[in-house]
Design a protein around this ligand. Structure first.
Ligand SMILES: [Zn+2]
Length: 260
């Protein structure tokens, strides 16, 4: 009897480490941040001389810093220096790193200087409107829709099969909501669609965020102010946290966003 008790006790004592091994901590999600343009391509230019490539890098760096706090996320940048990385290469870098999310950061320009506010874009073969189509052409480095379209159509099929389209729409919705809660000015119809070449990794939910208009003097000033860059990064971090919080259980997945 005595011996059996010892064996039972040993078994119980030995059980704790075995149980702990079966419940590993979740792997921190990997966020691919894509600061647009770079090097010889400054992107949009402000009247005050602000270059899009610098503004988006500043926000990407701040967002990287915020995401790395508490080790909940890992971050990879598609470019970390002032160099021009081709759009395909950006997609490939995110895929090679096995990113869980892709966030492309930009700032726009418009012939009408009064136009201002942020907006969020997801991939589509058909652009929501002419402005979104023109924007995609600018961000694709002048490549026309006809040139990009066959690749986009093919990508969208596999994105739909894998649930990446719905996931990207959900991410776009959380960005719009997070900006709204943070008091960041948004364009009307804040979530639009177009054929952006940089949003074509079939497995990675992806959005392109235009943080504001460098052609608007007020937006241009805001985009260069460190406090506003921090606020933009905080709102983006909030949307990423919300996205993954909501994505934990499929049962609580919100309905796909309505296109504005
Ligand atoms: Zn851009």
């Amino acid at each position: 009897m005595y011996r059996r008790t010892i064996i039972a006790g040993a078994f119980v004592l030995g059980a704790a480490p075995a149980l702990a091994k079966t419940a590993p901590l979740p792997r921190p999600r990997l966020i691919a941040l894509d600061p647009g343009h770079g090097g010889s391509d400054p992107g949009a230019l402000g009247l005050g001389g602000t270059q899009e490539k610098n503004v988006v890098m500043a926000v990407a760096r701040e967002l990287q810093k915020q995401l790395l706090v508490q080790n909940r996320f890992r971050v990879t940048l598609t470019r970390s220096t002032d160099t021009l990385v081709p759009l395909r290469e950006r997609v490939a870098r995110a895929q090679d790193a096995k990113a869980d999310l892709f966030l492309s950061l930009h700032a726009d320009s418009h012939p009408e200087p009064h136009i201002r506010g942020a907006s969020v874009y997801t991939l589509s073969e058909q652009a929501t409107d002419r402005e979104a189509a023109a924007l995609a052409q600018r961000e694709n480095g002048g490549v026309t829709r006809a040139q990009v379209s066959p690749g986009v159509a093919q990508t969208l099929v596999s994105m739909t099969q894998r649930g990446t389209v719905n996931a990207s729409n959900r991410l776009a919705t959380t960005v719009v909501q997070s900006f709204g809660r943070s008091g960041i000015r948004l364009l009307p119809h804040s979530h639009r669609e177009a054929g952006f070449a940089v949003l074509t990794a079939p497995d990675i939910p992806a959005v392109l965020v235009e943080l504001g208009y460098l052609s608007n003097p007020h937006d241009e000033k805001l985009l260069t102010v460190p406090q506003h860059q921090v606020a933009l990064a905080r709102a983006l971090r909030g949307s990423i946290e919300t996205y993954f919080g909501a994505a934990v259980s499929p049962a609580t997945t919100p309905a796909p966003s309505r296109k504005a």
